[in-house]
Design a protein around this ligand. Structure first.
Ligand SMILES: NC(=O)c1ccc[n+]([C@@H]2O[C@H](COP(=O)([O-])OP(=O)(O)OC[C@H]3O[C@@H](n4cnc5c(N)ncnc54)[C@H](OP(=O)(O)O)[C@@H]3O)[C@@H](O)[C@H]2O)c1
Length: 323
């Protein structure tokens, strides 16, 4: 099959099409003939040598894909050859075929196609597990997401809104802010022009903040939280170190937490998949959550897709067309 390999750690140009053997599904795994593969920022980190895949995962990039079940491994009970699925992958999505545990796949929701479906797993697993399960966001609470126009951000805005939260976002341009508001954010703050701490304080503070920026945002997020607020960290685009006065955490009963999806156990991911099937897929089927797609590239043009994601010019998700 054709796949994209990371020939060596580096820039987008190190992504090269190669011919490799089709993987064989093991016990409890399915083989997917990939229709579309989602492109995510963690793929760019892996390509640059900054985010090593777990030892048992494919070294090929790609954390999510949609397509058709092409074969099932021993012990598989949920899926049959030909089923249309979208799945979280341990790696290897930038390829014509990929394997994943059967419990990490979900049916393609009614009302959307394989292209949109490929954009769901990585962001939905991440947003649900961090905002809802760790952050405990409830209806009526104020929710702030940084990077509101990112793949994660556009999903988080819609999901939080569908749950009845009041949603705020930050983004780096007027166009991105307008996109966040069109998706359901009550206000999107252009961080080049306005201070999100002031904006959130004027509202009474955020009950939950989803942050991918880190650096000086860590201190500022603490200030922007309401009493009993929860800060959930999912990445550190501006660095992971900060000087923080923890007295504020104690006096205002704040929670600082975070997680990264990929190293979690298969059982934890299967649990998230059950949550998505119950709570999030109905949102997609009702049309209250729709993947925002910025652009599509052919599989062999994966390097162009990485240039696009690292330019930060995109709004929403980038996909690779494979079949
Ligand atoms: N923990 C996890 O399990 C997990 C899973 C998936 C993704 N992630 C992380 O979540 C983030 C979003 O992922 P994605 O795939 O949705 O990426 P993405 O679409 O590329 O979004 C990244 C966004 O971050 C903003 N940004 C970049 N540099 C910034 C900076 N220095 N300061 C402020 N904002 C900055 C950009 O928007 P502006 O133009 O508005 O600045 C960009 O839209 C990534 O950092 C990724 O690594 C974590």
């Amino acid at each position: 099959m054709t796949a994209i390999e990371i020939s060596e750690p580096g820039g987008p140009e190190v992504l090269r099409p190669v011919e490799v053997t089709v993987p064989v599904p093991g016990h409890g795994e399915i083989l997917i003939r990939v229709a579309y593969a989602g492109v995510n920022r963690p793929d760019a980190l892996q390509r640059a040598g900054l985010y090593a895949p777990p030892p048992t995962a494919s070294p090929l990039p790609g954390l999510e894909a949609s397509g058709w079940v092409a074969a099932v491994g021993p012990g598989v009970t949920k899926w049959q050859e030909g089923d249309r699925v979208t799945a979280l992958l341990p790696g290897g999505g930038y390829a014509e075929y990929a394997v994943t545990p059967e419990d990490h796949a979900l049916p393609v929701p009614e009302g959307i196609g394989l292209k949109e479906a490929a954009c769901l797993p990585e962001t939905c697993y991440t947003v649900w597990s961090n905002v809802m399960l760790r952050g405990g966001l409830r209806a009526g609470e104020r929710f702030l997401v940084h990077g509101g126009a990112s793949g994660i951000g556009t999903t988080a805005i819609q999901m939080a809104r569908a749950l009845g939260a009041r949603v705020f976002a930050t983004a780096g341009s007027p166009e991105k802010c307008a996109a966040c508001e069109a998706l359901g954010a009550e206000k999107a703050v252009n961080y080049h022009e306005e201070d999100f701490v002031k904006v959130m304080k004027a509202e009474g503070g955020a009950h939950v903040i989803l942050d991918m920026v880190g650096g000086d945002y860590i201190q500022r997020n603490v200030k922007a939280l309401a009493d009993e607020g929860r800060l959930v960290q999912i990445a550190f685009l501006k660095g992971s170190k900060a000087e923080l006065n923890f007295a504020e955490v104690m006096m205002r009963r704040l929670t600082i937490t975070g997680s990264t999806l990929r190293p979690q156990s298969d059982l934890a991911k299967a649990r998230y998949a059950r949550h998505l099937a119950k709570h999030v897929w109905p949102m997609v089927e009702r049309g209250t959550l729709r993947p925002v797609i910025d652009s599509e590239f052919a599989l062999v043009d994966a390097a162009k897709a990485h240039h696009r994601i690292e330019s930060s010019g995109h709004i929403g998700k980038i996909v690779l067309k494979v079949a």
